[in-house]
Design a protein around this ligand. Sequence first.
Ligand SMILES: *Cc1c(COP(=O)(O)O)cnc(C)c1O
Length: 481
Amino acid sequence: MQYHSTRGGSDRLDSAAAVLQGLAQDGGLFLPVEIPAFDWKTCLTYDTKKMAEKILSVFLPDIPQMDILVDKAYTGKFETEELTPTVPVGDFTVLELFRGPTSAFKDVALSMLPQLMTAAKTQKGMEEDILILTATSGDTGKAALVGFQDVPGIRICVFYPDGGVSQVQRRQMVSQEGKNVTVCAVRGNFDDAQTGVKNIFAACRDKEMPFALSSANSINIGRLVPQITYYFKAYQDLLSRNRIQLGDPVNFSVPTGNFGDILAGYLAKLLGLPVGKLICASNANNVLTDFIRTGTYDRRRPLYKTASPSMDILVSSNLERLLYLMSGDTALVAELMDKLNREGAYTVPESLLSQIQSQFWAGCCDDAGAAAAICRVWEKHRYLCDTHTAAGWAAAEDYVNQTGDKTPMVVLSTASPYKFPAAVLSAIGGDTAGDEFTQMERLESITGVKIPENLAGLRQKPERHTKVIAKEEMLDFVLML
Ligand SMILES: *Cc1c(COP(=O)(O)O)cnc(C)c1O
């Protein structure tokens, strides 16, 4: 199976090389030239890890011994062996993606990616070390640190904006153990940290380096594919609860940022899984809502800081993959992406828009709307959800109210409510006094929902990474590693 760029460049490479390279030479994203045939029905009879193995193998056939890699990635790392449990809540089913080592949905993919990278490295006979460079606004950093901790042949360095992540997120990162990990605060905001990382990539392109640079974000196909599994898992759960018969469609509502999570749902559908509508849920940063409703993508607008920070995004990179998958037209994709770059906006042709609208629906809500959803779900169903999941829940309700569609609905839950204790406490009418650790304890005593173990122990963890640097110092910092 060959991979090529969504923008039509001349790269043709196998799946192992695509995982190592990350981004295509022309700036596009890698996708297989053809979506492979897949026995999705048999896949639904397996346990979660075996499902992951089959799905990963079909997309990444050049990476051998996938069963062993899946075992290494997931065994003993998640709260349950099913990895991503589902919970019936009212008329909907919640798919809990936050039962991993850092209580974020990114654990599902970032537990797997290091295994795929090391295997691809061996497969290609690559001898030099890889250095993973990541700028984080919160959740990605910790999930990547845990995923790559002590993985041989790979080092990781995470930059976060000083004062720009939550107390819990900061403590999660600065307490990180491992011989191959570095964490460093940068004076400035997230954009400064991210621009700094991009500059390092540019500065190192033509330099003799003791390592190859790579990143852990969701443009890498090796991070996207592991996310397909939980759509199968959720479908299997609905089957075994007799909510559906084999072949019945299921809708999914997905709190969306970079469009990776929801795109994995579309890939599941392309593999044959009976996915109905994919509901794209946004917060006040509703670029995607406007796009799916009108066909015009326009990033020329302010970026709001919201209570669901992982969805605070103006350019959703993985949307490019959807544009390619639906149009099959690399020249069109290249043209649209060029427009986005130069003018800040593009409009897709009418035929492409109607294709998108036949598969996707979009909704959004601001912080007040999300808080109201958290409160509603708690009071009606005694289920506690975080601010991102609340946006997904609200969009699912809006969809059902506006369309009357009775297809079973799965709402993807992307973070533990304990990741955002102040917002969740205030949504259910609790007192938000004290620091985040105090708030977590209060939330637990009010709701009786247990604090995940990895977060409960954080307050006591020693701080190992306390360096703070200026953004101009980032390159030197990396060269000293
Ligand atoms: C990353 C993240 C998202 C967005 O996922 P994408 O794949 O970027 O669309 C939503 N919720 C949480 C909690 C996240 O960490």
